[in-house]
Every structure is written in C-alpha cells, then in structure tokens.
Design a protein around this ligand. Structure first.
Ligand SMILES: Nc1ncnc2c1ncn2[C@@H]1O[C@H](COP(=O)(O)OP(=O)(O)OP(=O)(O)O)[C@@H](O)[C@H]1O
Length: 295
C-alpha cells in the first residue's frame, strides 16, 4: 500500500490551509505534529476524501483516490477529532450499528465487534452506555469503529486529546500494535504521543511541511544547541528575556534551566542531548499559544 501526495493544496477563500505538500507513505506509523491551526485536520480530511483539494493529487498505489471512490473508502478507517458516539447506545450496539452502516454482514460484524472489543480493551464494557465511558474508553471505542473494516489505511485525528498519562501510554501501545501490515497516520500536538512509535514524523506549520524524518533526524535538523545550567532564582527573568527556555526545574537553592541557544549561555552551562520536545519548542515556541498568555 502506497499513498502519494503531490503538491497537495487546500485553500478556503484567500486563506491557504495546506500548501503544496509532497509526501509518500507506506506501511508504518506516521506522526503529524503541529500546533493548533497548522492544517493537520484539513490534510487528514483530504486523505479521507471528505474535502476536495484545491489543487494537487493524492494517489493510492498509483490511482487518484477521488476517482477510486468507494473502493478507496473500503481501504480506509478514520477517527475524526469529534466523532458522533450515540450516547444511549451500548458500546457493542454502537459498533454493530457502525458495522451495518459500513455494509458488513451481521454474522461477520458480530465476530469482528467481539474481536475488536477485546483488542481495544473494552470487552468488559461492551454493555456500558457510550455516555458513561471515560474519555480514554470513548477514544478506544472510536478506534474500534475505525478498525471495523480492517482498513489498510488508518487515519486518527488527535486520538489522544484529553487523555490522562496512563491512557496515553495504553493508546500508544495499541496504535503500535495496529500498525502491523497497515499505514497509520495520526495527528497530535503532544510530542510524546509519537516520539517512540512513529517511523516518520512530519512537522507541520502554517499549512506547510517544515521537516520530516525519524525522531533522530528531526532532532538533528535543529541548528542550535541545548544547554543545561543552574542559576539563582533572581537571574531567571534575564535568561527568559534573552534565550529560548525549553524547561525550568526548581531546586531548593536555585533553578535548573534548559536553554536552546547557539552560544553557551552561562559559564557553568553544559551541553546536553536535544530531545524532540526541545525541537518542537524551537520550531513552534512562539506559536504554542497567545503571546501574552501566562500558561
Ligand atoms: N472550512 C473552513 N473554512 C475556513 N477556514 C478553515 C476551514 N477549516 C479550517 N480552516 C482554517 O484552516 C486552518 C487549519 O485548520 P485545521 O483544522 O486543519 O488545523 P489543525 O492543525 O488541525 O488544528 P487543531 O489542532 O486546532 O485541530 C485554520 O486556520 C482554520 O481556521
């Protein structure tokens, strides 16, 4: 299975949400990383044929996905950011209902639902109403619905949004497991969601693909150095004004700063290995929130 994006562009009026993206994907996990508004959902919706590109093409094994129509959709599983989950349905009935919508015959659907409930760890919750599920359980039900037709291409838009750290880890493991023999694309703005499971990471900003590669390749793409140094509390504000700070750790008698800078910021600063978090901050730092936001 090969998906090729060629100069893929989407404009909303004068605004370009996705700008000339060229990419090739094969089986494995691809992590699309970017801040709010980077264009991740727009890109994914085009990959699911829910949005028509303004220009450019998406080809699946050489064929235009918009011309393949239902043949392509049979290959596809999609978990949108917000999915309609029918609050009054039990988890099992919800999945059986979606299976019917996807045209899966009832006997096969029953088997498949049972199998998927087990896979996503919801067997015990099969008869629980959807509205009573925790955020993590709901997302797992969402993954199960996307997997009903055993898709060769699985697209997950922010699958870990709102999950607690434990659920995030379970999710990562599940996604890793599901990626065998298929192409999985997931979007997130949380670095740790994809750092260890994505074979390739794409950094997206303002509709463009800034960098792509393995976690190590992305880390090595950063032209600056990461330093750690211990400073007294009263010096911190000067450092914040002068440097890009990726982390601050309070100690009883001072603060340990993690600083991204070409030059050594302080005599006692030691050079440390950069992490994907540092790189994310380097590329997106000023875009991570409002300029004057306190958090
Ligand atoms: N239907 C639309 N009409 C006009 N502008 C749109 C439309 N859909 C998206 N946009 C704009 O396109 C840009 C990219 O939006 P998109 O939802 O793709 O970003 P995102 O990276 O998925 O962000 P988030 O993480 O917040 O979901 C945003 O500026 C958004 O306001």
């Amino acid at each position: 299975m090969k998906l090729e994006l060629d100069h893929l562009t989407k404009k909303f009026g004068d605004f370009t949400a996705v700008n000339h993206i060229n990419l090739t994907m094969k089986n494995g996990v691809y992590g699309l990383l970017g801040v709010n508004g980077a264009g991740k959902t727009t890109l994914m919706r085009m990959l699911c044929t829910l949005l028509k590109p303004t220009s450019g093409t998406i080809r699946c094994d050489g064929r235009d996905i918009f011309k393949m129509d239902s043949e392509y959709r049979r290959l596809l599983g999609y978990l949108p950011q917000e999915f309609g989950f029918y609050p009054q349905f039990s988890v099992q009935d919800y999945l059986l209902y979606i299976a019917a919508l996807k045209g899966i015959p009832p006997a096969a659907a029953k088997e498949r639902v049972k199998e998927l409930l087990f896979k996503v760890g919801l067997s015990k919750a099969a008869h629980k109403k959807m509205k009573k599920l925790s955020g993590g359980m709901k997302r797992r039900a969402g993954i199960a619905q996307a997997m009903l037709n055993n898709p060769k291409i699985l697209i997950l838009d922010e699958p870990t949004a709102g999950l607690d750290p434990n659920e995030r880890i379970r999710f990562r493991n599940l996604i890793s497991e599901l990626s065998e023999q298929r192409l999985v694309l997931l979007s997130t703005h949380i670095v740790s969601d994809i750092e260890y499971i994505a074979n390739e990471i794409w950094l997206m900003k303002d509709g463009e693909l800034m960098h792509k590669g393995s976690a190590d390749e992305i880390i090595n793409s950063m032209p600056e150095t990461v330093w750690e140094c211990f400073v007294e509390k009263n010096m911190v504000s000067d450092f914040i004004k002068k440097y890009r700070i990726s982390n601050m750790k309070t100690e009883p008698d001072g603060i340990i700063l993690r600083i991204i800078s070409q030059e050594r910021p302080f005599t006692n600063a030691k050079c440390v290995k950069a992490s994907l978090e540092d790189v994310f901050l380097y590329y997106f730092g000023e875009k991570a929130g409002d300029e004057n936001a306190a958090i």
